[in-house]
Design a protein around this ligand. Structure first.
Ligand code: FES
Ligand code: FES
Length: 196
């Protein structure tokens, strides 16, 4: 079947068998191998991608089912090659990864959580990542990474909150996800000295 998928903001035309999973299509046809193949039956969360902003397991859906949805993979979470999103940066800083196999799924799941809630409690973070299995870290540093990313998002949101009475068109947040721009790391998100 000929499909036109929207992946990381780009239209991608592909020809796939109807039985091919979205996971295999992303990896084999689009060469987006940051989406990892773990259990391939919906248990580990390594294959997590965002479908219209919601984390889903790409091993459990066919590529044809993604037609019409906006797909985000780990390759599309930062603003540009060589840059990190706020969540990616926090995972690096807290050592929230070891082998890295679970990491793309963990980051996308955490990104989706923070899009909905930029001040989650520890319990809410644990609950959000409970469907992603990590065999290395013991989870503590992953939770710390999400807490750090949340803290930085809250700081980044402070100026916007001070101007809450401004007209909507001046707030620059009228369209799309209210925090999506803030989930991209920039120099201003990184405290002095962190770039060393
Ligand atoms: S590879 Fe999809 S949940 Fe494990
Ligand atoms: S860092 Fe190795 S599985 Fe999570």
């Amino acid at each position: 079947m000929k499909l036109s998928l929207e992946v990381n903001g780009r239209a991608r035309d592909i020809d796939v068998e109807p039985r091919k999973t979205l996971l295999d299509t992303l990896r084999d046809d689009l060469l987006l191998v940051g989406t990892h193949a773990g259990c391939e039956h919906g248990v580990c969360g390594a294959c997590t991608i965002l479908l219209d902003g919601e984390p889903v397991r790409s091993c459990l859906m066919f590529a044809v089912q993604a037609d019409g949805y906006a797909i985000t993979t780990i390759e599309g979470i930062a603003t540009a090659p060589g840059e990190l999103s706020v969540v990616q940066d926090a995972f690096c800083e807290t050592h929230g990864l070891q082998c890295g196999f679970c990491t793309p799924g963990m980051i996308l799941t955490s990104h989706a959580l923070l899009e909905q809630n930029d001040s989650p409690s520890r319990e809410e973070i644990v609950e959000a990542i409970s469907g992603n299995i990590c065999r290395c870290t013991g989870y503590g540093q992953i939770v710390e990474a999400v807490e750090l990313a949340a803290e930085r998002l809250q700081k980044a949101n402070m100026p916007r909150k001070r101007h809450a009475n401004e007209p909507v068109e001046d707030a620059g947040e009228a369209h799309g996800s209210p925090r999506s721009g803030l989930l991209k790391a920039s120099e201003s998100d990184v405290p002095p000295g962190d770039g060393s």
